[in-house]
Design a protein around this ligand. Structure first.
Ligand SMILES: C[S@@+](CC[C@H](N)C(=O)[O-])C[C@H]1O[C@@H](n2cnc3c(N)ncnc32)[C@H](O)[C@@H]1O
Length: 217
């Protein structure tokens, strides 16, 4: 099997907040935008042109394009999604943006450690998780506790020093609260000597939540 089947090219724009899952429309758009901006700010702070990065949940491709723009033509983006529809939408968005530094994989982020070429292990500058379902797609096909936990565990292991994992979680859909709790519990037990972990301190409700992990220098 050739896991990365759709090499594409890049320079880009876009925000995932524009088509956030409709179940979260109870969250004011401004609050959702703040989370997206906070995520992007945290990633901008650690990335440089030429970095290798991962979009763990490609969806409609907004985050993939954002990452591709940041790392530039000398960088590399690996983007995962289990749904053919998401891969097609992302490929189309990348093509429109004439982005050429992205490889797409229709496969689970749970398997990223086996799929990312060995030469990139320990060299990944950022991994973005935007959990939940594909906006405008099948709302029953969401990320899961088991898959997200495996994905986040693998992502943390792939980071270079100073690299970041961001997890934007949506506890408001069925299974979302359990998934959020499972991921946060994993992040909480990471060794503080090796990782700076930021997790929301308030209890999990239906409100989207952003967690960050930075591998220490
Ligand atoms: C909220 S959307 C992502 C939005 C996207 N980042 C964007 O910028 O448009 C969540 C995506 O995760 C995908 N997904 C679900 N389970 C997955 C898995 N195990 N591995 C990779 N992607 C998965 C869904 O198919 C969906 O497209």
């Amino acid at each position: 099997m050739v896991p990365f089947s759709v090499p594409v090219v890049s320079q880009m724009n876009g925000s995932a907040a524009g088509d956030a899952p409709s179940v979260f429309h109870s969250l004011p758009t401004a609050a959702m935008l703040r989370l997206t901006e906070h995520t992007q700010q945290a990633i901008r702070a650690v990335l440089a042109p030429g970095d290798a990065v991962i979009d763990a949940t490609a969806g409609n491709g907004h985050d993939t394009v954002f990452l591709a723009q940041l790392v530039g033509e000398t960088g590399r983006v690996f983007a995962f999604d289990v749904q053919e529809e998401a891969i097609a939408r992302t490929a189309s968005r990348l093509e429109t943006a004439t982005v050429r530094n992205v490889v797409l994989c229709q496969c689970s982020h749970a398997d990223m450690k086996d799929i990312i070429p060995l030469e990139y292990h320990g060299r990944i500058g950022a991994v973005m998780f935007n959990l939940g379902y594909l906006p405008g797609g099948d709302k029953t096909r969401t990320t899961t506790s088991v898959g997200s936990l495996a994905g986040v565990r693998a992502a943390v292991a792939l980071l270079r020093r100073g690299g970041i994992v961001t997890v934007l979680a949506y506890p408001g859909h069925p299974g979302g609260a359990e998934e959020t709790a499972a991921v946060e519990a994993f992040l909480r037990q990471l060794n503080p000597l090796s990782y700076d972990v930021t997790i929301p301190s308030d209890p999990i409700t239906t409100v989207p939540r952003l967690s960050l992990v930075v591998r220490k220098q």
